[in-house]
Every structure is written in C-alpha cells, then in structure tokens.
Design a protein around this ligand. Sequence first.
Ligand SMILES: NC(=O)c1ccc[n+]([C@@H]2O[C@H](COP(=O)([O-])OP(=O)(O)OC[C@H]3O[C@@H](n4cnc5c(N)ncnc54)[C@H](OP(=O)(O)O)[C@@H]3O)[C@@H](O)[C@H]2O)c1
Length: 277
Amino acid sequence: MIRACVIGWPIEHSRSPLIHTYWLRLYEIDGSYEKIAVRPVDLPKFLGSLHARGFAGANVTLPHKEEALRAAEFADEAANAIGAANALWLDRDGRLCASNSDAFGFITNLITEAPDWKRGGRPVTVLGGGGAARAILYGLLGEGLTEIRLANRTRDRAEQLAQEFGSRVDVVDWELRHVALAGCGLIVNATSLGMTGRPALDLDLTELPVDAVVADLVYHPLETQLLAAARARGSRAVDGLGMLLYQAVPGFECWFGIRPEVTPELRAELVASLHGP
Ligand SMILES: NC(=O)c1ccc[n+]([C@@H]2O[C@H](COP(=O)([O-])OP(=O)(O)OC[C@H]3O[C@@H](n4cnc5c(N)ncnc54)[C@H](OP(=O)(O)O)[C@@H]3O)[C@@H](O)[C@H]2O)c1
C-alpha cells in the first residue's frame, strides 16, 4: 500500500484528501491519503521521519511551504523560483525532494477554461504580493508574457517581486489598479480579498476590454463578487477551484504512478464540499 498525506497547521480545511482519495478510488489503487496536523515546531522532525512513517511523500500547506523547501535536499526549478514547496517526495536514496505545482495548476486550468487567453499578446494585471502571487508570476512569465502589471496593497512586497522576476513585471500603485486594467487580456486576483469572511475586492472593471479573462484564485466562495461582475459585463470568468484541482495532478502521479484526470465528477464533489461545513 502506498501512503501519502497533506501536512499543515491547521489542516482541517484542506480539500486535498477529497481530491486524492477520489483518484485512488477511480484508478483502484491500493493507497491512502490522509491529513496530518503538524505544528511548526514539529516540522523538521516530521519531515525527517517521513520514510519511517511509511509515506511516499506529502503535500504541504500553510504555514509550512517555505520551511519545507528549506528542509529539502533537492528542489525543482518551480519550487526554487516560487520560494515555497507544496509537494514532497523521497527519491531512491531517501533524499527529501521538493516541488511546487501551483503555477502548473493555475496555467493548466487557464488553458483548459480559456484556451485563447493569450490572444493578442496583451498585458496582464496581477493583484497581490504574497505566496500565491509569486506562483502566478512564475507561471505567467513561463508562458512568455512580456508585460505584467503588478499591484499590491503593500507596494514594497510588489517591488521585491518585480526585482526577483525581472523587467517584464511593472509595479503599479494599489490605488491605480483600476486604470491598470486598460488594454489587458487577463487579470488575476491573487489577494485574499473576496474569500468568505474577508472584504470583497474593490475593482472597477470599466477599463478592462470586454473580451478579457478574469481569474480569481479564491475558491471559497466559488463565485466571488469579482467573477460575478466579470460575467455580468460579458467577460470570461475563471474560478480558483480549477487551480486547486490541477495543482494536485503532479503529486498524485509522483506518489501513485498514474497521471490522474481532473473530471467533472471530481469537480462536482469539491463544489459540494464547499457548501458543507
Ligand atoms: N486556488 C488555489 O489553488 C489557490 C492556491 C494558493 C492560494 N490561493 C488563494 O490565493 C489567495 C492569496 O494567498 P496567499 O498565500 O498569497 O496569501 P498571503 O501570502 O497571505 O497574501 C495575501 C495577499 O492579499 C493581500 N490582502 C490581504 N488583505 C488585504 C486588504 N484588506 N486589502 C488589500 N490587499 C489585501 C495582501 O496584501 P499585503 O501584501 O498588502 O498584505 C497579499 O497580497 C488566498 O485567497 C488563497 O486562498 C488559492
């Protein structure tokens, strides 16, 4: 039996077990995927005992993503560039290896939901300056975009990202985010605004071309005010659930040996879980 898990603190909210156990059932794999609450102070010990505990690997969620990368003996390019790990595995020599599939998840979902999202080579506006924004910048730059406008409430964080990711990223004042949308083909909300229990993202879409794509990383609620406003004006809306589903694909393949498919049934199960507690 192959075992994997997701670790975080807290961990109750994680939807990863739902995704992986769905695939284990679908492909009739003798395996398990559990969620384990690991306190930050216990993380090094837990990672050091992954093999002894019988795990092939693990997903990593908040607040362990940066620390897990530091603990790994090998990290792939995405994890290093994003500065955080969301998946771990042990190689043949028992070395702890780290990866980050958030950018892969975002881009794969975007291509699936809006295949022509790059049409016209127009600029993209990204809102946010945290871990998620880092993954989005890495993913978008990997797609060859030449102009990304980045706005974050704390401008310094955006400046830091622009410095790391290079001259294709231009920092825009948070107050000017509405006008930054002019001429853009895509906008991405990578802030936590719009999440259940948080204020909505205040964004005036007037300047955004109607045929642009509006993507929100928030998936609780699934239909944020931003996405509803985008649909209401005839723009395409891409929710955050697809990213969550696709980011799980490489980890499952690595641990269980089958590249799983993101099916409508799996998405429906996740949507149903969002309506639960
Ligand atoms: N769909 C997925 O698979 C997926 C994956 C990862 C993350 N996410 C979602 O992406 C969002 C961001 O995650 P993260 O890990 O980057 O979080 P984070 O590191 O805590 O960053 C939070 C971001 O939100 C901004 N923000 C928070 N409150 C704000 C306010 N009142 N006004 C303006 N900006 C505000 C922060 O700005 P400051 O820098 O100024 O504080 C920062 O840019 C979350 O909703 C998360 O659930 C989704």
